[in-house]
Design a binder for this molecule. Structure first.
Ligand code: NOJ
Length: 576
């Protein structure tokens, strides 16, 4: 396929509320991001993804948009957005915006018009159904945020559809007017210089016609119905029309779709260039956990579990194999919808630095596009949210009630929620040791972890910090061996994750230990003279053909040379 700029991109996700507050109101904003552009550039990333910043009642932190053509005053003004785009470009950084395609806010003028009745021209912008009989819901489908997907209109008899909160009605993509309106918005922001979009929840743009009940469900029960509202065939059709029209004007636009429940077949389908839909997708299907100890009466994803390394390896290598040629899978451990990986899969008590570095090494040197959530580059861990009323996610509240009713103690439930909930990942950026970690001069909108060694200022000054490790890693990630090299998973035990990247005569061996115990790895090549240690974290050593990876150890060795990608002389050491 033809080469596209985004195939070698490294994306830094900025959660604007939590990144940097410039006006002292406790909420991060666009001027804050502008102030930190030099820091972002210094990481070696090439793209900023900004979570939603358009005008919104903030029922779901901006994913409920009431005006797509203006910036929410919480975050700044349209001039700030223009300045951010322009300055980011001066720094050599591209900018992608979060674009919510599937739904709007109920405060959006289209929906306010639609509520006026069946004859209103905007009625058909949304999805409506009659109850089965008077007072009965149209069907038994559940919303992702709990309860039914249906909400009765206040002044009429019909119900409107909402897959998320009831304040977030779903758009009717079957209506050509909707398609044109959404294209207009994308074009408006492209005209302002944006380089692409992260397309929120696009896999839900189509719903099963006639809204059939999920069969064999007890009367009155509401159940998730993904087969009726996720990944339906018309999604591709809508996306293709949208993407084709946008690319006609902007051939270089980068479209990364959020495809939470997409398996590999769907991901290939959505990102195959021949289908002309997304360029890449973000799935939530990488991280299989050992669910055997979980309570099946409660949502499994909200109970903590250990990563099932065997399943994870199999999934990742399949995604590498099948998506590698399209520019690659997206590579990430974190985003604003999940707890922080170092708290989930690393060890924040004994081996926080080593496990942070190991996770980054494992993930980002694979083929594909890294997506790094702000703060992971300094090893930011989950927040500790003390009481249930401080959780924002409606799912967290639902889980709490249900677990209480099943007899779990409050302490246990809060521990689980702190380990798994998305709220735990949204803590503010830790810049320095001043009040509120340098994020703001006022108490932040969310929690703040103030820790002596885990802030940018401390880590800038420490050559061995997680931050400086990320910089080195991302520097290597940009070399041809890691952007273009082939990928091969190495068969090992289920404590290690090892793979090779090969380009021409050069091969990188990436070896990571996923446990808190030392693990040995044998390789005849370790006895050769001709290799380079590109990267290593702590507690690793090499003796003869035996490499020892300490707890959460990670090492990257390069064998052979390549003229275009000559290893650096200073790294040519034989013991790490
Ligand atoms: C996915 C977003 O990442 C999440 O934060 C949001 O709640 C839903 N889509 C609804 O827009």
């Amino acid at each position: 396929m033809s080469e596209k700029w985004w195939q070698e991109a490294i994306v830094y996700q900025v959660y604007p509320r939590s990144f940097q507050d410039s006006n002292g109101d406790g909420v991060g904003d666009l001027r804050g991001v502008i102030q930190r552009l030099d820091y972002i550039q210094s990481l070696g990333v090439s793209v900023i993804w900004l979570n939603p910043i358009f005008v919104s009642p903030q029922i779901d932190n901006g994913y409920d948009v009431s005006n797509y053509y203006a910036i929410d005053p919480l975050f700044g003004t349209i001039e700030d957005a223009e300045e951010l785009i322009e300055k980011a470009h001066q720094y050599g950084l591209k900018v992608i915006f979060d674009f919510v395609l599937n739904h709007t806010s109920d405060q959006h003028p289209w929906f306010q018009e639609a509520l006026k009745g069946p004859d209103n021209p905007y009625r058909d912008y949304y999805l409506w159904a009659d109850g089965k009989t008077a007072g009965q819901l149209p069907n038994n489908w559940a919303s992702f945020f709990g309860g039914t997907v249906w909400e009765k209109e206040p002044a009429g008899n019909q119900y409107y559809f909402h897959l998320f909160a009831k304040e977030m009605p779903d758009l009717n993509w079957n209506n050509p007017e909707v398609q044109l309106s959404m294209l207009d918005i994308a074009t408006f922001w492209m005209d302002k210089g944006v380089d692409g979009f992260r397309l929120d929840a696009f896999i839900h743009m189509d719903k099963e016609a006639g809204y059939p009940d999920v069969p064999n469900i007890v009367d009155g029960q509401i159940v998730l119905a993904e087969e009726y509202y996720a990944n339906l065939p018309k999604v591709n059709h809508y996306m293709k029309n949208f993407a084709q029209a946008l690319r006609k004007q902007y051939p270089d636009v980068f479209l990364v779709g959020e495809a939470a429940s997409a398996n590999i077949d769907l991901a290939v389908n959505y990102s195959d260039p021949l289908n002309e839909a997304c360029d890449a997708v973000i799935t939530f299907r990488y991280f299989s956990e050992d669910d055997t100890k979980k309570d099946v009466r409660l949502p499994l994803t909200m109970q903590s579990g250990k990563l099932d390394l065997k399943a994870f390896k199999a999934t990742m290598s399949e995604w590498q194999d099948r998506l590698g040629d399209f520019g690659g899978p997206t590579l990430y451990w974190n985003n604003h919808d999940m707890a922080r990986a170092v708290s989930r899969f690393g060890d924040v008590i004994h081996y926080r630095d080593n496990s942070s570095k190991m996770l980054a090494t494992l993930m980002y040197l694979q083929k594909g596009i890294p997506f790094i959530l702000n703060g992971e580059e300094i090893g930011m861990k989950n927040l500790e949210i003390p009481t249930i009323d401080k959780f924002e996610a409606p799912e967290a509240k639902g889980f709490y009630e249900k677990a209480l009713a099943l007899g779990y103690s409050k302490e246990h439930i809060l521990r689980e929620l702190n380990a798994t909930s998305k709220d735990a990942s949204r803590g503010v950026m830790q810049w320095d040791d001043s009040v509120f970690a340098g994020f703001s001069t006022s108490p932040p909108w969310s929690g703040v972890n103030q820790e002596a060694d885990y802030h940018v200022a401390a880590q800038e000054a420490d050559e061995k910090s997680i931050l400086n490790y990320y910089r080195k890693l991302l520097n290597y990630k940009q070399t041809p061996l890691f952007t273009k090299g082939s990928f091969k998973l190495i068969e090992t035990n289920d404590q290690l994750y090892c793979y090779e990247r090969t380009l021409g005569k050069q091969t990188a061996l990436v070896c990571c230990n996923f446990t808190d115990q030392p693990v040995f790895f044998e390789d005849e090549r370790f006895t050769e003279e001709n290799f380079t240690v590109l990267l290593t974290n702590d507690f690793n050593s090499l003796e003869g053909k035996l490499g020892k990876l300490g707890p959460y150890g990670a090492a990257v060795l390069v064998f052979g040379t390549d003229e275009e990608n000559e290893p650096h002389e200073e790294n040519r050491i034989s013991v790490f």
